[in-house]
Ligand binder design. Sequence first.
Ligand SMILES: NC(=O)c1ccc[n+]([C@@H]2O[C@H](COP(=O)([O-])OP(=O)(O)OC[C@H]3O[C@@H](n4cnc5c(N)ncnc54)[C@H](OP(=O)(O)O)[C@@H]3O)[C@@H](O)[C@H]2O)c1
Length: 258
Amino acid sequence: MDFNRADGMDGEAGIMGTLQGKVAIVTGASSGIGRAIAERLAAEGATVVVNYNQSADKAKAVVAGIEAKGGKAVAVQADMSRVAEARRLVKEAVAKFGQLDILVNNAGLFFPKPLIETTEEEFDRIFALNAKGPYFAMQEAAKVITDGGRIVNISTYGTHLGFPGATAHLGSKGALEQYTKGLAHELAPRGVTVNTVSPGLTETHMMSDPFRQVGIQLSPFKRIGVPKDIADVVAFVVSEEARWMTGQNLHAGGGVVM
Ligand SMILES: NC(=O)c1ccc[n+]([C@@H]2O[C@H](COP(=O)([O-])OP(=O)(O)OC[C@H]3O[C@@H](n4cnc5c(N)ncnc54)[C@H](OP(=O)(O)O)[C@@H]3O)[C@@H](O)[C@H]2O)c1
């Protein structure tokens, strides 16, 4: 077993297989953190539903990359800010693969605007994607998810730090974190765990140079995160080894303190 490989694959044995036979949905998986999560879960043997909204070509490339390594994936378009589409995504996954074991609510928007400048339309837009869509995806998933299944919500380390100038954003992710705690109780009798993973500043399309420089300065590791840093944490949370952990928020933020 080669622990140094960055792609989650075993150089000699191919797919490692801790998630063999599982079906996972990863929302917003056409790029960034979602893409890395989809690739990581596929490398563990899960069949992955790669959700995207606008970037069909990128989603197809993610699927092709997974298949090229011997994994199984399918791209499914759904706008996760729309409740009907969030429900459809879950239904399509179950219709296609007969089960659902893992839901990762990753699709989200960063909205760095202070309260005083935020319009009602902007507030509704940010909450629709970061909070409302994931809520109803979880509701649909809760109806069908396999006993012992896993739900992971991707929030932000910013809620922990009180990241300045993004009040509505923090509120929407804060809501998601509270859904985690509530649903963890509701699904525990079936052995389903529900947890939050909160990335710190991570090198994706969301990143800009000012935030990158701040992140490098604040982290004791003197770098910002890369998507794989987050995907590896998610891979643990969805594993059998994490069965005793539910309703928690794992801060994957590179040790940043403010
Ligand atoms: N990067 C960071 O520093 C950071 C820090 C903390 C938390 N996070 C969180 O991590 C998650 C992923 O962020 P990222 O940095 O990886 O972003 P990203 O690289 O910009 O990717 C965003 C992904 O979300 C998808 N998406 C956007 N709107 C969608 C919608 N309405 N329905 C379905 N999918 C949608 C995009 O797909 P299409 O292009 O197909 O629309 C894309 O695949 C987010 O929840 C974000 O809040 C990121």
